[in-house]
Design a protein around this ligand. Sequence first.
Ligand code: CMP
Length: 369
Amino acid sequence: MSKPQFPALSLFLAATTGRNMTRPAYIAVAVGVAMMVLLTVHPAYEAAHHWVDAVLWACLAFFVFEWAVRLRHAYRSQRALGYSFSFRGLVDLAAAAAVPVALIAGADPQSAWLIGVVWLLKLVPGIPGLRQLRRVLVLESGPLFSVLVIFLMVVFLSSVAEHFLERDAQPATFGSVPAALWWAVVTLTTTGYGDVVPVTPLGRLVAAMVMISGLGVFGLWTGILATGFAAETRRDNFLKTWESVSKVPFFADLGPAAIADVTNMLRTMDLPPRTMIIRKGQQGDCMYFIAAGEVEVDLPGKKVQLGEGAFFGEMALLGNTTRSANITTTRVSRLLVLDLVDFRLLMARHPELGQTIDAEATRRALENQ
Ligand code: CMP
């Protein structure tokens, strides 16, 4: 088999077709948007306009290349239509074509390059937590819609009231309900530009009530989103941790209810090799179970490796003492972390597990003497 002539290019092409964002793509987005901003700062742009233009064209060329590579790959794997109408496909197309189309249509270059702001959309699929946010918006759509209705109700009620109370004193700003709506939205969202202000005593009273309602409405929005997000994160963590817990032999004898109970107490931690997890002499506030990978315990005169299914960090918790050794990962590892409070709960609720941990800690302490 013949070797590829440009291995770096082959790697880049594979990454471009496989992943949403490669490192060069991140750089192109950051540099492209920075140059687009510079374009609007006149003294700076005039001083270096050749460079700014050259960099903008280079970024655009990169996005056209990226789009062409992905389209070709999708065509070859008979997914051309699926890719073209997917979010990623549409964003790639917009990133590659929006500025040239504007230039060809006769827009002046300064305005055409401003459309380059769509390059930022390339970051959207890679934003962590976006899927969670979408689920929260769907699950909490009922309460969110109710708050929206309250918001609109207060906006309209207050606009009509202010129009009625202020129209004689300030006909230019409160002369019609649509004009008063601007004031209501600015006030209810707690933005408060101060460009339009009620001057009559009753008008001010209504304004005070709108301001207080604004705090309540936005407090509700924030509360609904925050609790929804927390519940969604908890559900995600539970699933991820459940999978790991069921693979750890230490928990194998537990029934499904007990596994669910233990899963609720643990959280997953993924670590690269050579990461220090425990430092000798520090206060212990959690213990760990190894779901995958390996760690090395650095004891005086020897090193002990602990693999999948083993646990560590229990001695400081049991003896209320400081850590007895340094512990570092030797490979990519997935650990299940049990915080001190949950450790006490686990010992109380599942004494059979507590005994095993206790017995191993005693054995280790004897071995270290
Ligand atoms: P802790 O003292 O909290 O932090 C260091 C951890 O190293 C300790 O708990 C044990 O979990 C682990 N450890 C100590 N001695 C040994 C040993 N001889 N074999 C395996 N693990 C050990």
